[in-house]
Design a protein around this ligand. Structure first.
Ligand code: IVH
Length: 678
């Protein structure tokens, strides 16, 4: 404890706070591309920090923001760094017997720390004089990638520890995870965008940590749990004490850590957490047992790959045997037909499961699965439960599925939704319904994709509304959206005039969506968001794209023969051409650069809130003007708001908030003056 800290001059504290604030501002500016301070504020604070550092030369710190420029970004890929201590893995065990065998090799009477085994990616955080200087992935165990910019997006990872009682250097190891809730939201979004789904949170965390754009990493919301401290001259004689210390220093350490004295206690811990883990926000796949005493750990040492002082116990994958009542078929928006097992409901990982995927025809045939069989259903890290096997038919428990050949399973040859004969593309396991424009789930799926956030971003037209409008004959394809009338919408139950107006405003605004996103929104099979951007860059107009040959298309990065063929086929279909014609007439952007450059930068860097009603232009027009001049239209007032464009009847709460925060309010006229050249 620093005895001077209590009587320290307030300037020293100010100096420390400024360093922290400017360090954070640099990161937000250079890495996240989201400035939090104006240039003026930044310069002002930087000068103040320089003055304070001159006043207190004893507080010199080479890592101070005054000593280096904000960023080393612009670099491609991650820096490769050799681990100070190799990052080893753990030996696995699956039963009490195996745990007993491990314990027998330990000194008698050892204390064993039980922890949860988090199912993510290991990370090693280096703290030099209290500052987070590296965050390394495991890599090959000898060297890893420095993903510090991505790790800094995790709110629970401290960037700096302000204490006098910490060693000059230490390392904390732990697990980076994507919480269940974030994982599910991310997959939902990816489904909408027709991007491949992550099978489980671990894959999602791994994909996220490798991203080169920390802003996207921040948006996805990773978390980290730390479980191991390494370094020279560290406090404490036991592993448990060290974790307690790390917790005191501000690190995110799990509360589920327990010191056990015998195998019975270990098994009780396992039994408790095998159930309780289902209520945790993150994925776990077992527990880790560690010898508590550090001197004993040292004595036990390591094998080539794993420590002898620790072992993992893996929870059994959750599997249940149940009756397969029926096989039904689900048709996705691209026409893929997936067989679904309808099951006698079973309890699995805390939820009742009654449907599970059977993947495809080959899978069903290879296991010879038929209705009436008892099948194994599993819900592992994956969200969708799956069938993993079948019980022996001679088994007493198994229902007696008839074994004669007439009962042999066969995949339907027509679409279960629209009756069109199915096709199986060579080299693919899936059967597909080719009736793109007449098959209900394909029609609805295409409309859902068209209005989704990364496509045309039309609010108020969700899955249920689309279904309703389809049933009522209001929507049959994406072009119908632009023929919707206020009275048609407002006449539907659940939808009043207000939501009808919002929906129409969203539809109107979608006419400004740039060409690349329109192309993505069309939902051409396998043309995802990124591919659409690349195509739109090469083909500035839809007319040019329409006449491109497969060969020409293949010259575009990311476009292979399959995608090229899908595009050519799309334009060969007269129904698509009719839809495109209607979309063009509705006023959608069918040409343009990848992104429309702002007409001016008069509002660059400004966040502007629009509130009230206006006389000269509509709100949407003002929104477009803000964007065309490089500004950003934001929804709510905060201290980051640059000004409010206020019309008549501005909300009283907004006005009060603006006044409290000292945010300027501009009238329509003042705003127009700002952007109009004189
Ligand atoms: S200790 C030298 N503790 O499991 C021992 N590892 O299968 C270092 N893991 O690579 C690891 N939770 O990524 C430890 N509480 C925990 C853990 C944990 C998850 C991961 C870690 C390790 C892998 C081994």
């Amino acid at each position: 404890m620093n005895l001077f800290s209590e009587i320290e001059e307030p300037e020293r504290e100010e100096l420390r706070n400024l360093r922290k604030e400017l360090e954070e501002a640099n990161y937000k500016y250079y890495v996240l591309n989201m400035p939090t301070l104006s240039d003026q504020e930044f310069d002002f604070k930087m000068h103040r920090l320089q003055a304070l550092e001159a006043q207190f030369p004893d507080m010199f710190d080479p890592k101070s923001p005054t000593q280096h420029v904000g960023s080393d970004l612009g670099k491609k890929g991650f820096e490769q760094v050799k681990h100070r201590y190799p990052m080893l893995s753990l030996a696995n065990s699956y039963s009490r017997e195996e745990i007993e065998e491990w314990v027998r090799k330990l000194p008698s009477g050892v204390e064993i720390v039980c922890e949860l085994k988090y199912d993510g990616l290991s990370i090693s955080l280096w703290y030099d004089h209290g500052v987070l200087v590296k965050a390394l992935t495991r890599g090959d165990g000898q060297q890893g990638d420095n993903v510090i910019d991505n790790i800094k997006t995790i709110p629970s990872v401290p960037w700096r520890i302000e204490r006098n009682d910490i060693p000059d250097f230490f390392e904390l190891r732990g697990e980076v995870l994507l919480p269940w809730e974030r994982f599910e939201a991310l997959n939902k979004e990816r489904e909408e965008q027709e991007e491949p789904l992550f099978a489980n949170p671990r894959n999602a965390a791994s994909g996220t940590l490798k991203l080169q754009d920390p802003r996207e990493v921040a948006r996805r919301g990773l978390d980290a749990y730390l479980y191991y401290m390494l370094g020279e001259n560290l406090p404490g004689k036991t592993h448990f004490e060290r974790l307690e210390t790390a917790k005191e220093w501000g690190f995110h350490i799990s509360d589920a850590i327990k010191v056990c004295h015998n195998v019975d206690e270990v098994m009780a811990y396992i039994a408790y957490w095998d159930t309780e883990r289902k209520n945790l926000p993150v994925a776990t796949d077992g527990i880790v047992l560690k010898v508590n005493n550090l001197a004993q750990q040292d004595e036990l040492g390591y094998t080539a790959k794993t420590p002898r002082w620790a072992i993992a116990y893996k929870f059994p994958a959750e599997k249940q045997l149940t009756l397969l009542k029926e096989i039904t078929y689900q048709v996705g928006r691209t026409g893929v037909v997936t067989p679904v097992a309808n099951l006698e409901p079973v309890q699995l990982s805390g939820t009742m499961v009654q449907r599970a995927t059977l993947h495809n025809e080959d899978f069903i045939k290879s296991l010879d699965i038929r209705p009436g069989d008892r099948v194994w259903v599993e819900k592992g890290g994956e969200i969708i439960p799956k069938i993993v096997g079948r019980a022996d038919r001679n088994d007493e428990m198994s229902a007696t599925a008839s074994l004669n050949d007439e009962m042999m399973y066969s995949f339907p040859d027509v679409c279960p939704e629209c009756g069109t004969p199915l096709i199986r593309v060579e080299g693919e396991a899936a059967w597909r319904c080719p009736n793109e424009s007449g098959c209900p789930p394909q029609i609805k799926g295409k409309i859902e994709h068209f209005v989704s956030r990364k496509a045309m971003n039309i609010d108020g037209l969700g899955e249920e509304t689309i279904d309703l409008f389809y049933q009522k004959g209001l929507l049959h394809n994406i072009a119908d959206i632009y023929d919707l009338k206020l009275e048609d919408i407002a006449a539907q139950e659940r939808l009043g005039e207000k939501s009808a107006q919002n929906m129409l405003a969203g539809i109107e605004a979608s006419k400004q969506v740039p060409w690349a996103r329109v192309l993505f929104a069309l939902g051409i099979h396998m043309v995802g968001e990124t591919t659409a951007k690349k195509i739109a860059k090469k083909y500035n107009t839809i007319d040019a794209l329409q006449w491109a040959t497969a060969e020409q298309l293949c010259a575009i990065e990311d476009v292979g023969p399959q995608i090229a063929e899908n595009i050519v086929r799309y334009f060969e279909d007269i129904r698509n051409l009719e839809i495109l014609d209607r979309l063009r007439k509705a006023g959608l952007q069918m040409e343009g650069e990848e992104e429309i450059a702002p007409a001016s930068d008069k509002l660059a860097g400004l966040s502007i809130v629009i509130s009230g009603t206006f006389a000269q232009h509509s709100r949407d027009e003002y929104k477009a003007m803000i964007e065309a001049n490089g500004g950003k239209n934001v929804g709510s007032v905060s201290k980051k708001t640059s000004f409010i464009l206020a019309g008549e009847n501005m909300g009283p709460e907004k006005r009060k908030k603006a006044e409290d925060l000292g945010i300027p309010i501009k009238t329509e006229e003042e705003f127009l003056e700002l952007i109009i050249d004189n």
